[in-house]
Design a protein around this ligand. Structure first.
Ligand code: MSP
Length: 628
């Protein structure tokens, strides 16, 4: 017997904030593929987890006044809880703060050192904390914002260890040529080829300005770069190097499923790291597109419009999973909208699927006392129907195998369309009236067999409703690929259960009201007027000694004279970049002392959970101007 294994991974998620429908997307799709492979008889190992080290996580924990480990414990718990709620069937869950993982990272990096692939040097350049990514001067524009996420970059200058990534340019190009399937879809492969053809630069792989990470072997002043740490999860989780039996069973990974923005790490950096220690490369890296919600980039301000739990509770897991595959063309960017979800639910699921099941089972209930009859004679129309259904199933399998998931779903819907057409064409209600029970039996049996096949094709995507359909059809075995191969897998006579509608139609009543965040604590104008806001020109700005948060600013506030303000913005600004800017302050706040330094007011700043930006004015205005 051939041993069929399938090792599939999701990226490990940053735990700086709660998961949203965008992050759930990768995991849901991975779960669909994992379930499909199990259905096809593979021994599947499906891995997900959390990425818990690095500056971004440290900042998020510090901002909440929490110690990073307990912050990560809490967030990792929330990810696990969500995956359970979404019915995710992962076999492993790795956390980069697991002791074993950290040891493996050190072991791996030591091997790279021993192989002469790591050297010490000086890094001077730009860094995006939210993406935990280094950028070369020639990759960024004069605005100095991250080419990937658009947020402000930080200039860093550190003594670092470097990985000789450049050394692997040729070997990677060669691998890409020999394995055209390595990076998918094709247009993503081409993007990577372009980078490779331009030549690679060595990669800084340690940091010294904070401690939240895996210490560099023999040089603990350095922590290992969060991406190097994170990528190693794919092998530490399956036993490298301590349980080589398990490791060799599953490695190389068959599929790293990722989002497009982290393709470079998976398709260039990770394979080069593996080459450095002499391990085989993953078979496929598939980079999917990004979701927007109602046309907008996903951010916390979208309220419950991005909370997967909200959709699961309102529509059920199956509907959310179906919608994500059906409406977002897998591989491309796409828009998630509750309105479209409801439309798909009502038309594809309630009408084309649920209603057909309902009509068919109702007739079996009525004319055959709820017992599925055996088919009798088959004519040309019946044979053509069977053939067409079997053809679509073959196409479905091929499309699933090549990760054309949206197109595979279309094949299932085509089977439903063919079945509805067959039902309408054969007019079973007329056959019943004519008391042609032999023909009626053939028609009803065939529709049930097609519905069984639909349920099995849907089983990786909509596991709950598939289980329900199988049980209503009296099919009590596990769904398996054998059901695809031949016609007539339903036993008869067997008891069927009519049951309630498979999918309830929904109406999206007042969509806006539901998704708009509610404003509480309304105040009246008089209360607002108590706050005296003024413009102020920054004359000087410097860090408060011994504090990594505070900056002391001296301000010109026009008629109010000079003021000294202390603000918690050091993590987001190089203080000197603020000099000369006109900012907004609360001028009538009682003075207070922060780390022993007096603050005579407060500046205004906007925060989105990741970034902080000081409010400035749009154009020239005198310092001390009033604001209303
Ligand atoms: N920690 C890294 C991955 C390390 S893997 C060795 C990371 N984490 S992440 O939490 O920022 O992103 C995890 C996954 O969620 C990525 O595949 C990313 O593409 C996906 N998504 C996050 N927002 C998304 C959308 N709006 N739409 C689709 N997927 C998105 O990167």
């Amino acid at each position: 017997m051939i041993f069929l294994k399938f090792y599939i991974t999701t990226p490990i998620y940053y735990v700086n904030s709660d998961p949203h429908v965008g992050s759930a997307y990768t995991t849901i799709v991975a779960d669909i593929i994992a379930r499909y492979k199990r259905l096809m008889g593979y021994d599947v190992f499906f891995l997900t987890g959390t990425d818990e080290h690095g500056q971004k996580i440290l900042q998020a924990a510090t901002a909440l006044g929490k110690d990073p480990q307990s912050f990560c414990d809490e967030l990792a718990g929330r990810f696990k809880k969500l995956w359970t709620k979404l019915g995710i069937t992962n076999n492993g869950f790795i956390r980069t703060t697991d002791e074993n993982h950290m040891k493996v990272v050190q072991y791996f990096v030591r091997k790279m050192l021993q192989n002469g692939d790591i050297y010490k040097g000086e890094y001077k350049g730009w860094y995006c904390v939210p993406c935990e990514t280094y950028w070369n001067e020639d990759e960024i524009s004069t605005e100095r914002v991250c080419p990937s996420c658009g947020r402000e970059l930080k200039y860093i200058s550190e003594q670092n260890y470097f990985f000789k990534l450049s050394k692997y340019t040729g070997a990677l190009l060669d691998h890409y040529r020999r394995h055209p399937e390595f990076v998918q879809p094709d247009f993503r492969r081409n993007e990577m080829l372009k980078i490779l053809e331009g030549g690679l630069k060595d990669l800084s792989i340690t940091r010294t300005t904070f401690k939240w990470g895996v210490p560099m072997p023999d040089d603990p002043e350095h922590v290992i770069y969060v991406w190097v740490d994170a990528l190693i999860n794919y092998i530490s989780a399956i036993g490298y190097p301590s349980d080589l039996e398990n490791f060799n069973r599953y490695w190389p990974a068959d599929l790293h499923l990722i989002g497009k923005e982290i393709n470079r790490f998976h398709s260039i950096v990770w394979p080069a790291m593996l080459m450095s220690v002499g391990l085989p490369l993953p078979k496929v890296v598939f980079a999917h597109g990004w979701l927007t919600v109602d046309g907008q980039k996903i951010s916390k301000s979208l309220g419950n419009a991005i909370d997967p739990t909200y959709f699961v509770e309102k529509y059920g897991n199956d509907v959310l999973r179906f919608y994500l595959l059906r409406d977002i063309n897998f591989g491309k960017d796409g828009d998630f909208s509750e309105k479209n979800l409801v439309n798909r639910l009502n038309s594809d699921l309630a009408n084309d699927y649920g209603n057909l099941l309902h009509r068919t089972l109702a007739m079996i209930e009525k004319h055959y006392s709820s017992t599925l009859p055996a088919p009798a004679d088959s004519d040309q129309i019946d044979e053509k129907f069977k053939e067409e259904v079997q053809g679509r199933i073959k196409e479905y399998q091929k499309l699933m195998d090549e990760y054309s998931l949206t197109q595979a779903v279309e094949k299932i819907l085509e089977v439903l369309m063919l079945s509805n057409r067959y039902f309408d064409e054969r007019k079973p209600w007329v056959l019943a009236k004519q008391r042609d029970f032999s023909k009626l039996a053939t028609v009803l049996y065939n529709v049930c067999e097609a519905l069984l096949k639909v349920a099995v094709m849907f089983s990786p995507i909509m596991p709950d409703s598939s289980k329900e359909v199988l049980s209503r059809l009296g099919f009590d075995s596990q769904p398996s690929k054998e059901i695809f191969d031949e016609w007539g897998t339903l036993r008869s006579p067997v008891k069927i259960t009519h049951g309630k509608p498979l999918f309830e139609k929904k109406e999206l009543v007042s969509e806006k009201k539901e998704s708009e965040p509610k404003m509480e604590n309304l105040i009246d104008l008089d209360e607002f007027k108590k706050i005296e806001l003024r413009t102020a020109r920054v004359l000087s700005a410097e860090r408060v000694p011994k504090s990594d948060k505070l900056v002391k600013l001296i301000l010109d506030v026009g008629e109010l004279g000079q003021r000294q303000i202390v603000a918690g913005i050091a993590k987001y600004y190089e203080p000197e970049t603020l000099v000369g800017k006109t900012i907004i302050i609360v001028a009538n706040l009682k003075p207070a002392k922060l780390m022993g330094v007096e603050s005579q007011g407060m500046l205004l700043a906007a925060k989105d959970g990741v970034n902080l930006r000081v409010l400035t004015v749009d154009g020239d205005i005198a310092p001390g101007a009033t604001i209303s």
